[in-house]
Design a binder for this molecule. Structure first.
Ligand SMILES: [Ca+2]
Ligand SMILES: [Ca+2]
Ligand SMILES: [Ca+2]
Ligand SMILES: [Ca+2]
Length: 233
């Protein structure tokens, strides 16, 4: 859709759920997740690519495990995602592959749950969440998987991170105040702040515009349309 919300077009007319699109100005193609209806009992999620008009849809992972949460590198050449390639849903791992689905390699290499990767705007780092220290926390690693370090340190659930456009801050979801809230924290772990502060579910935030720096909390279809806007910037 246009930034004002007009001209919305459905690009994926199929029976599966299609989530987490990631757009790059490098080639105008859109990477997205193809998730079967959970009630079907089919957990073979796949990561696909299509032209920005919805044409030429292609399955990039084509693997019987669950492949989720794609995020493109800023240069458009790489896709980071998570997968349970060993078919253990509690040992999700962060993987990177090239834009044609080749050169797959594991980045996280940790026996715990590692998920929700997002490539930093400068291409140098990847933020993700992990349960390697007993509860869900936010972590950052170099884009080659080295220097994995913890950003949050709180006994509650902290997950679903995304970068600010400057790469200086991370927006994430936390239950540390008793229910899901949207937090912002400096990339070095300083200054966590609760932005939402209400008793409802607040989550899945994406940074929209550096001039406003306002995370938005939308669900379903609108959520990923905002992500398009973020990636198109
Ligand atoms: Ca799969
Ligand atoms: Ca893991
Ligand atoms: Ca935590
Ligand atoms: Ca809340």
């Amino acid at each position: 859709m246009d930034p004002d919300g007009n001209n919305q077009i459905n690009l994926t007319s199929n029976s599966a759920d299609n989530w987490h699109p990631s757009w790059s100005t490098a080639d105008q193609r859109i990477v997205f997740g193809m998730y079967p209806d959970p009630s079907s009992g089919d957990y073979n999620y796949e990561i696909c690519i299509m032209d920005s008009d919805g044409q030429n849809q292609r399955n990039l992972t084509n693997h019987p495990s669950g492949d989720l949460h794609p995020s493109r590198s800023p240069d458009g050449h790489w896709i980071v995602f998570d997968s349970d390639r060993d078919f253990n849903q509690w040992n999700q791992e962060i993987y990177v592959m090239d834009i044609e689905g080749g050169n797959l390699r594991s980045l996280s290499k940790n026996p715990s749950y590692d998920s929700h990767p997002s490539w930093s705007p400068d291409g140098q780092r990847i933020v993700f969440d992990s349960e390697r220290n007993g509860n869900r926390e936010i972590y950052v690693m170099d884009a080659n998987g080295k220097n994995q370090r913890r950003v949050t340190n709180n006994p509650s659930w902290d997950g679903d991170p995304e970068w600010s456009p400057s790469g200086e801050k991370i927006v994430f979801m936390s239950e540390r105040d008793g229910n899901k809230e949207i937090y912002v924290i400096d990339a070095d772990g300083k200054n966590p702040r609760n932005l939402t502060k209400n008793s409802a579910f607040d989550g899945s935030a994406y940074w929209f515009d550096p001039a406003f720096a306002i995370p938005v909390t939308l669900s379903g279809k609108l959520r990923w349309l905002w992500r398009w806007l973020k990636q198109e910037r």
